[in-house]
Write a protein that binds this ligand. Structure first.
Ligand SMILES: [Zn+2]
Length: 305
């Protein structure tokens, strides 16, 4: 992957809708930001909120989604927004929300991707650091889940393979593999939607989630296949899990170079890998690892109400 300079967006962009989990109406605004600002989330509906840099240090473990929390301020379900920003290689952006979670839209990153492309991407002067995976590393989760990263020659870039295994269910076994470039993200990954099994829906609703979400909003799989909806490609589920990986891995705060392979993992294992990778890189003094730890700290100040 060639060295590149940092980027931001040319002008503000907005996406409206309601959250997939909590169902609250929300307006999300992407705003341009200075070099070395990083991606920072800001809750505009709270008078005493603090800004939350999109960094793995601020991840709190919650099932089925990526949640960031800092000094009592939370943003939830950030992974598809993060995937769109990372997939488009947008490094510096203030993301304002007037609710706890972004619009769910169709459960993919398509709406965010289109809004960001409409806003325009502009180059800045400072270099964007890249973390080259220094040594093979693996994290194992429950029920055979594992996610690994391995070094690649520098010219090979950043690759992710996702293997999904739902046995004999209609989701079945699927694989998606891509070298992560802006073009691949826009054309092959951004449109892949969230999926859920029909038998999981009742439990999620009992927890108060998904009250406004219908079978046309995302992919719900029953015993006979996807309900009231059509797949956008045969391995849409694996592509979506790969999209989630892009969003979760972006919480490292720099570009990545290496071969990543996720097997049946969810957000928690993805975060664990990134935490371990960060430690490993800081110990091995990989070129680019230093700025990684320091450059995207961002203006994490308390916002005046
Ligand atoms: Zn997702």
């Amino acid at each position: 992957m060639p060295d590149r300079t940092q980027t931001t967006i040319e002008r503000a962009a907005e996406v409206r809708g309601y959250g997939l989990f909590r169902g609250l109406d929300v307006t999300l605004r992407f705003l341009p930001a200075d070099e070395n600002h990083g991606i920072v989330f800001q809750r505009t509906d709270l008078t005493d909120a603090v800004d939350i840099p999109a960094r793995v240090e601020h991840v709190v473990p919650e099932p089925r989604r990526t949640v960031l929390s800092r000094l009592g301020t939370r943003v939830e379900v950030v992974e598809h927004v993060m995937a769109a920003l990372a997939g488009l290689q947008i490094d510096n952006c203030l993301v304002q929300l007037d609710a706890p979670e972004p619009p769910g839209c169709d459960g993919s990153a398509q709406a965010f991707t289109e809004a960001l492309l409409d806003a325009g991407i502009v180059s800045q002067s400072a270099m964007r650091p890249t973390l080259h995976v220094p040594n093979a590393i693996e994290v194992t989760g429950s029920a055979g889940a594992r996610v690994a990263a391995a070094p690649l020659p520098p010219e090979a870039g950043y690759t992710i393979r996702y293997d999904l295994d739902y046995g004999n269910s209609p989701v079945g076994r699927q694989t998606a593999t891509y070298t992560i470039t802006r073009e691949a993200f826009i054309n092959e990954i951004a449109f892949a939607r969230t999926f859920v099994l029909e038998l999981e829906v009742a439990a999620l609703r009992a927890m108060g989630f998904g009250q406004r979400t219908t079978t046309s909003d995302l992919l719900v799989f029953g015993t006979e296949g996807v309900i009231d909806n059509a797949l956008r490609c045969p391995n849409e589920c694996a592509r979506h899990k790969l999209l989630d990986c892009i969003g979760d891995f972006a919480l490292i705060g720099c570009d990545l170079a290496g071969a990543f392979h996720a097997n049946r993992t969810g957000h928690r294992a993805n975060h664990d890998l990134i935490r371990r990778l960060k430690v490993q890189a800081s110990m091995s003094k990989t070129p680019g690892a230093g700025p990684t730890a320091d450059s995207a700290t961002g203006p994490a100040h308390r916002r005046s109400a």
